[in-house]
Unconditional design. Structure first.
Length: 222
């Protein structure tokens, strides 16, 4: 009885923790989430079904060699309300107003000004003389402060990944696709000319996250 009381009291906090994990990670089963949270799989399932009733999570079944298929849980778009939206309505209104006032070329010029400011700001923390992992870690930290829930890690192919699990300007980026292209160019400039940066996952294309593959570039002998 005491244990059940603790679970009820921790309910909102635990459910928020589940939402945060599913935002940062690929779809998870209840057992994996239980291990992360230090709870029983049964307790986590109760929270997941409560979140499903609130239309915040859904699942897909994945076949396993033995036993019943596993339920892999992921967030629904309704869960985006738990994360910063960057004042979406105001931003979209401003973008549309700028298009009307300055046209597409004028908007591109404004994006260029924003990009130069980003490069300057990021360049104070991302030093070209640092190792690539250190540069990526610094950039991920800056992006996380801006609400992107970013992380840098080594990839299986020997390169690196810069992952952004949330986009606080997603609505604005949908209204102005140049924002995403401009940010990719910012990453290239900030990380240095000794690396190549390629977007491999894109939230606006339906992916769970935005992800960038970062690889070293071999300079030609001169």
């Amino acid at each position: 009885m005491l244990r059940d009381t603790r679970i009820r009291r921790a309910g909102p906090r635990t459910r928020r923790a589940i939402i945060d994990i599913l935002k940062r990670e690929d779809p998870q089963d209840a057992a994996t989430l239980a291990g992360r949270l230090g709870l029983s799989a049964m307790a986590v399932r109760q929270h997941l079904y409560a979140l499903r009733d609130d239309r915040l999570v859904t699942y897909e079944e994945q076949s396993r060699p033995f036993g019943r298929p596993a339920k892999l849980w992921r967030l629904t778009p309704a869960a985006d309300d738990f994360f910063p939206d960057g004042h979406a309505d105001l931003t979209i209104d401003l973008i549309q107003a700028m298009k009307r006032a300055f046209g597409s070329k004028g908007l591109d010029q404004l994006l260029a000004v924003r990009s130069r400011a980003q490069v300057e700001t990021y360049g104070k923390r991302v030093k070209p003389e640092d190792t690539l992992p250190k540069r990526l870690t610094a950039l991920a930290a800056l992006r996380t402060k801006e609400g992107y829930m970013a992380a840098a890690r080594k990839s299986a192919d020997g390169g690196y990944l810069l992952v952004e699990n949330h986009c606080p300007i997603c609505s604005a980026a949908a209204a102005c696709t140049g924002l995403c292209g401009a940010e990719l160019e910012v990453f290239k400039k900030v990380l240095g000319d000794d690396v190549a940066v390629e977007r491999i996952d894109h939230i606006l294309a339906g992916a769970r996250r935005c992800a960038y593959r970062v690889t070293r570039v071999r300079k030609a002998n001169t």
